[in-house]
Design a binder for this molecule. Sequence first.
Ligand code: FES
Length: 309
Amino acid sequence: MSALPGSAEGTAVTGLDSSPVEPAPLDLPPLTEQARLEARQIIARYPKARSALLPMLHLVQSYQGYVSPEGVALCAEELGLTKAEVGAVATFYTMYKRRPTGRHLVSVCTNTLCSVLGGQRIMDALSADLGVHHDETAADGSITLEHAECLAACDYAPVVTVDYEFYDQQDVDSARELVAALRRGEKPPPTRGAPLTDFKGISRQLAGFSQHGDAAAAQAAIDAPGALGPTLVGLRLAEERGESAPEMPSSRSTAASSSPDPAAEAAGVESAQRGAPEPSGRSLADQNDGTETPAGTEPGTTGQGPGKA
Ligand code: FES
């Protein structure tokens, strides 16, 4: 069973865990007419209105710092959904917050690779410094701390993100310095990518609006430097050693042998594979469009979200 964020139940059990959900704080600014107009702009981007729900929830967070009861109601009204339907989505994904966040969201990867390289020690140190545990906000409102599953940056482990911007190859000392700087109101530049703003700013970006004040700032964020060093180590070593991957079978001949409509299938495969050879040992016949549940897999046993009741 899912409960609405901020619902009257207070300690209702949500779809993901049994953490309490909180009502809106008294000083929460109400959603403005501008927010409603922007919600309608988001809806206009999609052929089906309800497809707009995910960015609309980010929009709500950009105004109020979490998915408030008022935000749930706005989404439901504009999309013709029930509040229960909106709440079910909002409580499924961990990027939608059920209680007000701090100015910054600090996420520490404690998944396997980061953890063995110190991620859990970082989490423990920040937790002690801030006086909070997972998904709690420091008393001064500066930081919400959370542990995160793999942040898809294992080659830079252990990683910390602030408002989803990467701070790579952290250790306890560097992470503590980072958080101390954030609490002083500073915005240390991320290791790579766009400059740091804050949780409401990045939420606005995730809703599909620019969080930057002018076009030049927006372009500067796009043009911000990357950092591919650790990602390319394997490639560099292979080049130094004269190693290369085994030849791949021709996509056209593989497709022809596995498709009842060779011409159409080959055209699609060629398009999908351009510049991205499939790993050896996996045949094209193994692929699906990403929406099918593999045979023998129980729903709800992998990935995010509630498992079986
Ligand atoms: S395990 Fe931390 S980014 Fe993958």
